[in-house]
Design a protein around this ligand. Structure first.
Ligand SMILES: [Zn+2]
Length: 331
């Protein structure tokens, strides 16, 4: 893959970096030699060497229940000049719960993270899985709550399915398969580049210009190992890192696409559907390939996801369901 090819024929592409889930998720496996402190330090080091400042981190807080030391990760984040934001306590999709439970879960997380949120220039919130409500009633109730609590909801315009690497990277490191882990890191970096090119092109097809993007990477061990190389490649391809404020001022992000989106879709594709522009949002094929490395009972990505969501019915009254696919996501 030619990483240095310009990201856009129209000139530099502006992008705000955001990080989700610095503590991963309830029940996520962590490879030996890694923890959330090490991961966060890997990320902030990469930001510093690439001039990326004021990066907002949106983290679910359920993992801190049994390990309050995790909250020291936020101290490091803020000391490095970055910001903390709300992402609910349990990380349930709004598709799975009613508005009241979802709002209660935002408030529960706020009780834990308010000291760090108070230090941020803006009170930000990110919907789990970027899902803003699968019914009009939920969409209106949660957005009205966010407004009343002075939160700015922050969409994602480009991700790269990076959380899907958590289980397979853990299995591969556990098997001490150095070659497999190196192959996975190359594939992960390629996926980041490929997905940014794909979604930037889709955004140009929708808007006729390069909007200011909001890029998402999760706080995973593989992110910590690869972010420096990804940011090198982004800059070589003409990407400029800007503040979240600048990205939020772009109408693509400032306006809410007028459509209920029960699918796992980000902002570019939501607008593409609203405006009737055909785009390609099929997941990269590497997501299937990485599951072939070191398979073991109970250790697949799907099984780890089931464990991560296993406490949601009991704690939030959630009904965990698969997400429907939009036409642009079908093969
Ligand atoms: Zn998340």
């Amino acid at each position: 893959m030619n990483h240095a090819m310009p990201m856009s024929p129209l000139g530099p592409v502006k992008m705000a970096i955001t990080v989700d889930d610095l503590f991963l998720f309830h029940g996520s496996p962590m490879p030996q030699g890694y923890d959330s402190h090490i991961t966060a330090r890997g990320l902030t080091k990469a930001f510093k060497s690439h001039g990326a400042k004021g990066v907002y981190a949106f983290s679910n807080t359920a993992p801190t229940e049994n390990n309050t030391d995790l909250l020291r990760v936020f101290d490091h984040w803020v000391e490095e000049g970055h910001h903390v934001a709300n992402h609910t306590h349990h990380h349930a999709s709004l598709n799975w719960v009613d508005a009241k439970s979802y709002i209660g879960d935002i408030e529960r997380s706020a009780e834990i993270i308010e000291p760090w949120i108070a230090k941020a220039p803006k009170r930000c919130f990110r919907y789990c899985m970027d899902m803003w409500g699968d019914t009009q009633e939920k969409l209106e109730a949660v957005s009205a709550y966010l407004k009343s609590a002075a939160y700015t909801p922050v969409p994602i315009s480009v991700g790269f399915h990076d959380a899907r690497f958590v289980a397979s990277y853990w299995r591969t490191l556990k098997a001490d398969d150095k070659e497999g882990a190196a192959w996975m890191r190359r594939g992960y970096i390629d996926a980041a580049l490929h997905e940014l090119r794909l979604h930037c092109a889709s955004a140009r097809a929708v808007f006729g210009r390069d909007p200011v993007h909001i890029w998402l990477i999760h706080g995973t061990p593989i992110a910590s190992d690869c972010l420096g190389e990804i940011l090198d490649a982004f800059q070589a391809a003409g990407v400029e890192f800007v503040s979240l404020d600048e990205a939020l001022a772009d109408p693509m992000n400032a306006d809410v696409p007028p459509r209920l989106s029960p699918e796992f879709l980000h902002q570019v594709e939501k607008w593409a559907i609203v405006k009737g522009v055909p785009v390609d949002d099929r997941p990269p094929s590497i997501l299937a390939d990485i599951e072939k490395l070191h398979p073991a009972p109970g250790e697949s990505g799907a099984e780890v996801f089931r464990r991560m969501t296993s406490q949601l019915p009991g704690r939030l009254g959630a009904t965990v369901m698969p997400f429907p696919l939009a036409d642009c996501q079908r093969g």
